[in-house]
Design a protein around this ligand. Structure first.
Ligand SMILES: [Zn+2]
Length: 124
């Protein structure tokens, strides 16, 4: 399993035209083909540099990696702080949204998914 975590991204919410930003965590289970590790953050950037919705961005990153590598599985987790959430009401100032999209092994095999979730929850 190849995991790249804590990829910073910065995007703009298409509903409110306000920034949202945070970290992306990406993993794939190679099926012979691998790509340079720097390509993964580039794919994240490609989708964050446009008006976005966090849920859709999560899915787009996963599907693109799936198309490029045809791996045995892809997992993408995005943590996002949304200015549009934080600006409304004091209660929500420290909340952030987590979205995930799992394909292949990560969807079908709880052990593989748990391994990924364990890796991304470890602090450096
Ligand atoms: Zn918004």
């Amino acid at each position: 399993m190849v995991t790249i975590k804590d990829i910073d991204y910065f995007s703009l919410c298409e509903h409110h035209l306000l920034p949202f930003f945070g970290k992306a965590h990406v993993a794939y289970f190679p099926n012979g083909k691998i790509i340079g590790l720097s390509k993964i953050p580039r794919i994240v950037n490609m989708f964050s540099h446009r008006l976005q919705v966090q849920e859709r961005m999560t899915q787009q990153i996963a599907e693109t990696i799936n198309d490029v590598l045809t791996p045995k599985g892809v997992a993408v987790v995005l943590e996002g702080e949304h200015m549009c959430m934080q600006m409304r009401g004091v209660e929500k100032q420290n909340s952030y949204a987590t979205t995930s999209f799992m394909m292949g092994y990560f969807r079908e095999d709880p052990k593989t998914r748990d391994e990924f979730l364990k890796i991304i929850s470890m602090r450096k």
